[in-house]
Design a protein around this ligand. Sequence first.
Ligand SMILES: [Zn+2]
Length: 293
Amino acid sequence: MSFQDTTQRFLFEHADVRGELVSLDQSYREVLAKHDYPEAVKALLGEMLAATVLLSTTIKFDGLLILQARSSGPLSTLMVECSSDQAVRGIARYSDDIQGDTLPELMPDGILTITIDPQQGQRYQGIVPLEGHSLAEALSAYFDNSEQLPTRFRLQADGRSARGFLLQALPADRQIDPEERDATWEHLSILANTLKAEELVSLDNQTLLHRLFHQEDLRLFDPALVRFECSCSAERSANALISLGHEDALALLAEQGGAIEVDCQFCNSRYAFAQAELDDLFEAAHQHARSLH
Ligand SMILES: [Zn+2]
């Protein structure tokens, strides 16, 4: 079954609970196409992609949300970025002798970092242990432990398509009585728990929601499109070189023989800077610095 790359919100009419369903095909495959990842890494990177899009729908922000998992195990890094307008990119780093396919095998003693990098204002960062048997479990635990709204994640990816499901309690509005609210959350999370992995990967959103919640009054919103897009540019690479300093950049140039090549790990774009370009860059940076004084 093929889906468009979308994320779609749903809301219970008589409960303070919302949900989100994300489906990634093309964008997931574009992320995978840049590297020759082992199957287990493809799957986990797909789960990370789905999770990052889901997280991005739970907060209001203007900028980037970055989800990063790190471990001293065979899979050392998983990193996904999702912009507030749902452009995603992602990368994995792993050792050549990688073995196993579960999260505890691939990323033992890992940590999970959630960063919100707004275009304006303060950067936010939350760090939690990468606990549990899956990324979905680790994220659910993160919400439980950080005294945020109770949230449940389900994630599934197979190297071709990635899907994610989220259920989240909202602040009291439709239901005020705390016991009633707890009972509703309990009821809806139990229903959500009956979702099977094969249903998550094979059913369209309407069928899936009907199967889980057919007795509930539910509103399904228009889907938002998700796309692969890399935020790298020649200008960003140039800025990285400028931050090295002129002397170090020239040393690097000599070392690399005639041109500094900056490769983007996310999309494999290559930005090359020869001596003349490097001189222009530092001259411009110098002028700019002078004009500020
Ligand atoms: Zn790039």
